[in-house]
Write a protein that binds this ligand. Sequence first.
Ligand code: G3H
Ligand code: 13P
Ligand code: NA
Ligand code: ZN
Length: 316
Amino acid sequence: GLVNSRELFKKAVDGGYAIPAYNFNNLEQLQAIITACAETNSPVIIQVSKGARNYANETMLRYMATGAVQMAREMGSNIPIVLHLDHGDSFEICKSCIDSGFSSVMIDGSHLPYDENVALTKKVVEYAHQFDVTVEGELGVLAGIEDDVVAEKSTYTQPDEVEDFVKKTGVDSLAISIGTSHGAYKFKLKEGESVPPLRFDILEECEKRIPGFPIVLHGASSVVPAYVDLINQYGGKMDGAVGVPEDQLRKAAASAVCKINIDSDGRLAVTAKVREYLANDPGEFDPRKYLGAARKELIELIKHKNEAVLGSAGKG
Ligand code: G3H
Ligand code: 13P
Ligand code: NA
Ligand code: ZN
C-alpha cells in the first residue's frame, strides 16, 4: 500500500538525492508518473492540492492513488509511493485527508504569524502521528500564488527560526523559501538578464541549525524552454515564462533538500503536446490521441527529472 515519507527522506538525505513530488489532477498525469517512476525505479510522492480536490474530487483522487500502487505492482515494480496533501491550509483539510487514507500531509501556515504557524502545525502533527502520517510544515513565504495564499514577493526563510519551529511542532520535514516561486513565471528578467541563483547561503544556514533534517523545495519546475517554445509556436502566448535551471536543482538535491515539488513542468509538457497535436491534425477529435501524446511526453519528462536532475532513479 501507500507509505509515509519518513524512510524515504532518511535515505534521500543520507544519499544526497531528492524524492520527486509530482502533482496530479487526472488519470493521464497519474499514469505517466507511475509509469516513469516504475521504469526508473524511483520512489515517488504523488500529491494533491486543494485545487486538485476541487477539480477531481478527493475520494476519486484517493482511489486513483491506491489504483496507482496496484498498477506499479502489476508492472513488477516495488517502488514506495506516498500520497501527500499539498499546501493544506487548515487543520480540517489535513484531518479529512488523514482520515481518508493519505499517508502524508502538508500544513502550510507560512502566511501566518510565527506563533500561529507553530500552533497550527503542532495541532496537525499531533493528530497525524496517531495514524503514522507524516507532516510537512513551511517557514518563509514563496513569491507567487500558493492556492489562495497570495504573496507579492518572497520572504526568505529565517534560519534563526527553523530549529525552534521543528522542535516545537514535531514536523517530519520543513519547506523553506530560498528564491523559488510557484508557476511558470518565477523571475521577472530584464533584457539580457539571466536567472539569479537560489539562496544556497540561506539553505546552508538552515542546515546548520537542523543537521540532517529533511528540507523541502517548492516551486522547483524548470519551466522547460522547449515546451514554452512549442506552446508559443502553436498558438500559445507564454512570453517571459522562466523557471529554475537544472543545475540549481541538482545542487539542491545533493543537499538536505530531500523532496522537490514539480507541477508546472508537467502542465507545460501536456499543453505543448496537445497544442502541437491538434495544430498538426485539426480533424482529430478523439481525446485519447492528443492526451496520449501528452502522456507519452510526460513520461519522458519525469524519467529525465528522476535520472538526470533529482537523482532518485534506482533508489526505489
Ligand atoms: O502549489 C501549487 C501547486 O502547483 C498546485 O497548484 O493549486 O493550481 O492545483 P493548484
Ligand atoms: P512549480 O509550480 O514550480 O511546479 O511548483 C510546484 C509546487 O511547489 C507544488 O507544491
Ligand atoms: Na538531498
Ligand atoms: Zn508548493
